[in-house]
Design a protein around this ligand. Structure first.
Ligand SMILES: [Zn+2]
Length: 298
């Protein structure tokens, strides 16, 4: 079920429609809109809290996709840890939306003391029982973590799927130590919106049998470099850096979305396209499929 919702950041109900999209990973059609007041793009109407809870609790982690996710995320996690360690070499780390705990597990092997939070009971059970990690089940604020307690907070492709990203970001700020680092990764609005429009246009002029589903991903919140910076700045962070993040050919969300039969097509078309865009997006031109952001608590 979908419900009309005000902007998560500024609470305004005024918006303009951007495009009709399929919500990932819920597979329901809705509208991607942009808040007229602050510019945040989000799905409206959006899934209810109950629908999101059920999805992430019971349906999100599929055993058959496990190997694919690990293969996809590990190289990214290694790279991210090296980036973080170049600024803060070790200490306490909070991973928000830690899933099964693969990032925390890797961080622990490199000397970090990690704590995670996730809304999925199946994922949390795996992280606790199999990987022996300290993970809280529920929203970040449910964990009631003490303030000024972590040197680093990470959140990999979670903020754009959160029910209340603005609330979560302020909570991260509260629990970080002074000088603490936040590292985030989210889908990039610009890449997915323009690719969707290109596919919509192409599909509208070719025969029905030849139409192709766009390899785009639309989460409940879609950040642009500008709105991501706005969230971080208004939450109190400084030294904000937003940059392009590349795409992996095994990205399970895309394969999932388009179906197994489209896997070869995706690997042969979407991936080279995304790579090309990534290499073209230099300097301030942030149009790669995903965005990375780093910032500090002053
Ligand atoms: Zn707004």
């Amino acid at each position: 079920m979908l419900v009309k919702t005000p902007c998560n950041f500024c609470n305004s109900k005024d918006y303009v429609a951007l495009n009709q999209v399929v919500i990932s990973p819920i597979h329901e059609t809705s509208w991607l809109v942009r808040c007229k007041k602050c510019g945040l793009a989000y799905i409206n109407p959006k899934p209810t809290l109950e629908r999101e809870r059920r999805l992430y609790d019971l349906e999100y982690f599929k055993p058959e996709e496990e190997a694919l996710w690990r293969e996809y995320r590990y190289p990214l996690f290694e790279k991210m840890l090296s980036r973080i360690e170049s600024t803060i070499p070790d200490g306490s780390l909070l991973d928000v939306g830690c899933g099964k705990g693969y990032f925390l597990d890797l961080a622990r092997k490199r000397g970090w003391q990690g704590v995670g939070t996730d809304v999925s009971s199946t994922a949390v059970q795996f992280a606790r029982d199999t990987l022996r990690l300290e993970v809280h089940r529920g929203e970040l604020r449910d964990a009631k973590l003490p303030e000024n307690s972590f040197g680093v907070a990470t959140s990999w492709n979670v903020l754009d799927q959160a029910y209340d990203p603005w609330g979560d970001l302020r909570e991260v700020f509260r629990v970080l130590k002074k000088g603490g680092l936040i590292a985030l990764r989210v889908s990039n609005l610009h890449f997915h919106l323009y690719l969707q429009r290109l596919f919509d246009l192409t599909n509208s002029i070719i025969p029905e049998g030849l139409r192709v589903t766009a390899p785009t991903v639309f989460h409940v919140y879609m950040f642009s470099p500008g709105t991501l910076r706005m969230f971080l700045k208004e939450a109190g962070f400084v030294d904000i850096r937003v940059e392009n993040s590349t795409l992996d050919p095994n990205v399970p969300a895309l394969i999932n979305f388009a179906g197994k039969s489209a896997e070869v097509l995706l690997r042969n078309t979407a991936y080279p396209l995304a790579q090309a865009v990534y290499y073209l997006s230099i300097g301030n031109l942030l149009i790669s499929p995903s965005l990375l952001a780093f910032a500090r608590k002053p």
